[in-house]
Design a protein around this ligand. Sequence first.
Ligand SMILES: *Cc1c(COP(=O)(O)O)cnc(C)c1O
Length: 355
Amino acid sequence: MAKTPDDIIRDDIRALSAYHVPASAGMVKLDAMENPYSLPADLQVAIAARIKAAALNRYPDPSAAELKQRLRTVMNIPVGVELVLGNGSDELIQMLALAVAKPGAVMLGVEPSFVMFRMIAGFAGLRFVGVPLTADFSLDADALLDAIRTQQPALVFIAYPNNPTGNLFDADVIARVIAAAPGIVVVDEAYHAFAGASFMPRLAEFPNLLVMRTLSKLGLAGLRLGLLAGRSDWLNHIDKLRLPYNINVLTQCVAVEVLQHEDVLNAQAATIRSERTRVLAALQKLRGVTVFPSDANFILFRVAEAGRVFDGLKQRGILIKNLHGSHPMLADCLRVTVGTPDENARFLEVLTTLC
Ligand SMILES: *Cc1c(COP(=O)(O)O)cnc(C)c1O
């Protein structure tokens, strides 16, 4: 007797709703922390030449040696630190979760934070423990240290800066968390380019620290490339879970080319940071809008009725992210990605008519 999907698929998977990506064709797209700029024409030509020469009939270099070397330079990876690459950092989160998923094992994070931590914990069969942030979205040191003592998490994730709140947590509290944690602590630095703070130089200080980065928010979201840096005694095991050719030929050759022009990415990040300052100041002037400080390429703000403002923006062709309903602390909160000066001006102009 044949079984139905309801018989075969895990209950927890059937209960999930699929990750919803809204249609964005023709919209001013300020919902996904993408870099709004394309690459300069001469770099596009150099990329095209690399793609033309790429051996698509061959499997990629499984160790991605040239790409790793480039990343070491561009990301200032300390000497002696090991690297594992992922098809986006989401894949690295998944590899880490699978690696520690003994029966009863715990992944600990803070809330609100990046939703994929909790999601992937579920996929891997880990119990997720979310420790609430304080009302101003900073780390609650006592609650965190308490949860670490009682839950003994195999894996802790801290986004630095945090998504969706945009702030950098207190580095001293993070250091105390790393020192107190019995297992791995991953500091997720997806927004490093906009922050000017990092745990990368402190890897030698903490044997259980791993630092995660991605090229996605830096202007290469379409390539899907993330990296995990840390001690080989952890990463040698994580690497066994990596599917053999997870970084494809095109991602490798395009990333190698673009990373030879890190000045281009750095200049774009600098423009985004100065636009962030401008948009933040403009939002602060709007009555009925509460703005939260940001060290990332997006800004979290609260309005009287998030749903109405979100819909109003959407009707006028501007797509941002409505966080209302995703967590009690994010009631009536919206998140806007910093775009080009034109996109930001358009966003602010329409928002002004709605607040
Ligand atoms: C966007 C984001 C990621 C995922 O990045 P990819 O490399 O595109 O998978 C990871 N962590 C945080 C906190 C993010 O906001």
